[in-house]
Write a protein that binds this ligand. Sequence first.
Ligand code: SF4
Length: 506
Amino acid sequence: MADLSFDYYLCAMSKALIEDLSFLTEVSRQPEQEIKVSEEQNSMPGQKKLYMESYGCQMNFADSEIVTSILQKEGFVTTSNSLEADLILLNTCAIRENAEQKIRNRLKQLNHQKAQKPGMLIGVLGCMAERLKAQLLNEERSVDMVVGPDAYRDLPRLVAEAQGGHKGVNVFLSREETYADITPVRLGSNGVSAFISIMRGCDNMCSFCVVPFTRGRERSRDPHSVVAEAKDLFEKGFREVTLLGQNVDSYKWSPETNTKLTIEKSVEASLIVNFAQLLEQVALIDPRLRVRFSTSHPKDITDEVLLTIARYPNICNYIHLPAQSGSSSVLERMNRTYSREWYLHKIKAIREIVGEDAGISTDSIAGFCGETEEEHLETLSLMEEVKYDFAYMFAYSERPGTPAAKKYTDDVPENIKKRRLQEIIQLQKEHSGYRNQLAVGKVHQVLVEGDSKRSDLFLTGRNSENKVVVFPKEGYRKGDYVDVLVEQCTTATLIGKALSHSSFAI
Ligand code: SF4
């Protein structure tokens, strides 16, 4: 058995290389750059084949699992090879210009394939479909159907119409739809962790954001169906679920209605299930089922949620709390509806109630309309005050139709945006290193997700604070909870040795 000490791991990969590679891969991983491709499924001769590419956020990946489930009922099986497909679906993101440009380039490539296979159909789903609607059919000749995030139940009809030569569009945004009764088909799953969407849409109107226009008004999913899905996953061997929503803190459901606006107006408080209560219901399934959630909103996160996290060891000590900017004047132009002081008050509450070790990450936009150098420095000083474990960092990208595009000029020059973004990334790198160093010398409970990408002599998983931990395999395996003593770290990874399997009070 090779010497699997940390030095072995390090000499296998030079420290500096790990340092920069892993950090660069981590921080510069923009959500819209992530792509998931459908898997190869066994098929019978002549069976219809579906090839799907999913772009963007976890909500989109969760939607692709719903779409696959709907089309499987129509006899489709998925393939990982677009050349074999009868139906190609692109589930798209519209969060930034380059996300949409990527889809247009992809459609050009697929157009050639379609020329070789005339019967093949191409559909565009997701936020770009919702943003552009029928215009996309006119602009992209290879596209046969355009389907918005709330219209996936209509896919079987649209596919049948297109097979008959009729192109179709359905971009109706619903006030009720949550797909609660559809069991997702897990795509590209590691069999350990899975996403469960608990709500759809967003009632906030952040001025830079397209989501309210592409995903509609907020509606929360029946908690019984969320708990049932989590229970089913646990029984299937999954050991972690992440509850998904654009703004999970405004989750509100009642037997009478699932739209927040109506609930707040008319439903008796005792009948409402809020996010803290839903979190507790999922945590009570089994102490060996870890619970994560994303994304929180500084305006709505409550002490009740923080106290619920503190009460249940299996609810992870990690919160993604997008600040977007550290300047109250920029936050006002962004219509984020909170100030720097309010935000810092929430961070203080997290540290006090959940703990100093709690993992906190953020989203940060550099170069928003009118951003002065002083306002940029306020973002850096906010980061200095919080010291985030991790961050998604972007340069502002104006989106057509958003309040910001209508009200403000995108006047920060590109080179200034880039320089400010680099300063934010550099500072975050220092803080990620600092926060990871605090984890060294401590024992962390790690849920193993599989072999390390760099060596199958090592396993990788995450601790409760959502940090990646690698350690020598030594007979442990995927799905195990392992107590790991962390001995060293890089800015993106904790490295240690296994002490034993974790014990649970069951
Ligand atoms: S909270 Fe703001 S940034 Fe987030 S999805 Fe809603 S509108 Fe967009």
